[in-house]
Design a protein around this ligand. Structure first.
Ligand SMILES: Nc1nc2c(c(=O)[nH]1)N[C@H]1C(S)=C(S)[C@@H](COP(=O)(O)O)O[C@H]1N2
Ligand SMILES: [Mo]
Length: 307
């Protein structure tokens, strides 16, 4: 499963799109693991197509791993405690509002999003800045489709995402004063990139609370902290938004947060990572393995000056 030499870009399976169920015939490995987990069979709605781009030594991380080791500071900084604490999340009723530099604000509930924009499955790497990672089959809607349904004003240049602030439910918001709510930001170009997703499910099931129910952002080429859980607001803005982590520790976390094995964290290297459920460390890939798709967005941008 693991290998001691770095993966060369040429060895990585090129991104592939599979229409509907035919993909199970086309791609063994990772996708069979999903079938075994009962993914598509359990799903209320079958995603129209699947995107997968895994290397030969990669497979989908076990559901149990991804749902029992979570960063969700609204509940706890203890990754193993989050799953139990998040039982009180109450993912319904829920609305995601889109406001700010738009001609008219809108709000949709997660079912509206699925119905209006169509479910797709995306098997993506998720790389936490702390050095652990996973491969997760997400189901959701492309963020670009959602934003494409809204008329922006000419001032809209950035997109800010906001998670809930409710200390009565989120135990982690009670004690220590942290800069709640959890927020994140993308440039408009990043938000409109076809890999960026608003996700409502994983492994063919509705998103578990601890993974950010009922709808979360997934931006696979960036460190996991950019993939904000439990989105309540999407705000179009003229100025670059400041994120939760930029306020918490500005020396560590920049606005871009692109996965980059060559830019170390102030306290550790980012050259390698451990997949949940594995022991051996594997090399971290530039842009988390999505360089061919996204590197053009950052041409001329020095990642050391703009981390
Ligand atoms: N609202 C919110 N979203 C969040 C976080 C958080 O604390 N609160 N943590 C982030 C971090 S640091 C990571 S690595 C991922 C983890 O996602 P997972 O638990 O689904 O693996 O969620 C991100 N989204
Ligand atoms: Mo993270």
């Amino acid at each position: 499963m693991t290998r001691s030499v770095p993966i060369l870009p040429s060895e990585i399976t090129p991104p592939a799109w599979y229409e509907g169920r035919r993909r199970f015939l086309a791609h063994a490995g990772a996708l069979l693991a999903i079938t075994a987990a009962g993914a598509v069979r359990d799903a209320g709605a079958v995603p129209a197509r699947t995107y997968a781009a895994l290397g030969p030594d990669e497979s989908v991380t076990r559901f149990e791993e991804v749902t029992n080791y979570n960063n969700f500071y609204e509940y706890s900084t203890d990754k193993k405690a989050v799953a139990a604490l998040a039982e009180n999340l109450r993912p319904r009723p829920w609305r995601v509002e889109i406001r700010g530099e738009v001609e008219q604000s809108v709000s949709w509930d997660p079912d509206d999003l699925e119905r209006r924009f169509g479910l797709e499955e995306r098997i993506y790497r998720l790389r936490c800045v702390e050095g652990w990672s996973a491969v997760v089959p997400w189901t959701g809607v492309p963020l670009a489709k959602v934003l494409g349904a809204v008329k922006f004003t000419s001032r809209a240049r950035f997109v800010r995402f906001v998670a809930p602030h409710d200390p009565s439910r989120f135990y982690g918001q009670r004690g220590r004063s942290l800069p709640w709510p959890y927020t994140e930001g993308l440039t408009m170009e990043e938000a409109m990139h076809p890999l960026a997703m608003l996700v409502t499910g994983m492994y063919g099931k509705p998103l578990p609370n601890q993974n950010g129910a009922p709808v979360r952002l997934v931006v696979p080429w960036k460190y996991g902290y950019k993939s904000l859980k439990s989105v309540v607001s999407i705000v179009l803005e003229n100025e670059r938004p400041e994120s939760f982590w930029m306020r918490m520790s500005p020396e560590e976390y920049g606005f871009y947060g692109n996965v980059n094995p060559e830019v170390p964290h102030p306290r550790w290297s980012q050259a390698r990572e451990v997949r949940l459920g594995e022991v051996r460390r594997r090399p971290t890939l530039p842009y988390n393995g999505y360089a061919a798709e996204v590197a053009h967005l950052y041409r001329g941008l020095d990642p050391l000056k703009h981390p």
